[in-house]
Design a protein around this ligand. Sequence first.
Ligand SMILES: *[C@@H]1O[C@H](CO)[C@@H](O)[C@H](O)[C@H]1NC(C)=O
Ligand SMILES: *[C@@H]1O[C@H](CO)[C@@H](O)[C@H](O)[C@H]1NC(C)=O
Ligand SMILES: *[C@@H]1O[C@H](CO)[C@@H](O)[C@H](O)[C@H]1NC(C)=O
Length: 253
Amino acid sequence: MNKVYLTWFVLLLGLCLTQVEARSIKKIETVGPSNNSCWDYFMLVQRWPYSTCQIVNASGSPCLIPERIHSWTLHGLWPDNINTYPTHCGNETFDNKKIEGLEEELLMKWPNLYEEETVDSLWKHEFEKHGTCAQSLESFKEQRSYFTNTLAYFDKWNVADVLAQQGILPRIIPYKASTLVNAIQKGYDKIVCPGCGHIEGFGQILSQVYMCIDQADTLVNCPTCEKECHMDQPVYYQPNHPKTFVDPSVNSV
Ligand SMILES: *[C@@H]1O[C@H](CO)[C@@H](O)[C@H](O)[C@H]1NC(C)=O
Ligand SMILES: *[C@@H]1O[C@H](CO)[C@@H](O)[C@H](O)[C@H]1NC(C)=O
Ligand SMILES: *[C@@H]1O[C@H](CO)[C@@H](O)[C@H](O)[C@H]1NC(C)=O
């Protein structure tokens, strides 16, 4: 075999092997009503507040984790495709009257962390950007249903539960990347996408977990992932309130 063919063979073999996991790509965002017609599945995005705040702080915006928040929280529920995702599909605006009675639950599970934004800013942003695209599905037609359905998915496929079941709790020292990533994959028994951030001068942090849900409310394999974790670097999963944190592994006598 000549060298060129051998190189191609090795490259193709590499590609085939990586197909076992979700393909890693940069998706293209499409905007506006004329682009809303097609989406295949939802991506449910949960985030770890401490890591989110490290990223937000690093970007220059002040970030605050409310005292009441001790666990994973929602980022959003995004209609998605393999290579693109639609946004702003309709002109219905967020109306807090439509979420009456849900506020307390939303404040716990779907809080805004940007200190300078209003309490309902994240709900408004997520509904108008993503919720309007979900409205093509009958069970998501009403604005309120975007919130109730997303909360139900969050309760059902909660990252905190999956990690805690495998003994993985926030701590000051980092985890081996494979420990965290494997626990997440194993916990869902589907291809989900752990998402890491990288903080300059600090290191790699577990910031979000993305999972895919089809239009019949079933967890499915995610076909593509973004923001993957570098497996050769440790990953931080730190407590949301370090000042009052008591490390259970240190405390047990
Ligand atoms: C729809 O998406 C295409 C491809 O990304 C883009 O070029 C076009 O401007 C979008 N149309 C609208 C109305 O946003
Ligand atoms: C973000 O910045 C605020 C204000 O400086 C600080 O109180 C907070 O601890 C920082 N959060 C993280 C996670 O670094
Ligand atoms: C939304 O857009 C539709 C179609 O373009 C239009 O008929 C309707 O009046 C708009 N509604 C609002 C609240 O702007």
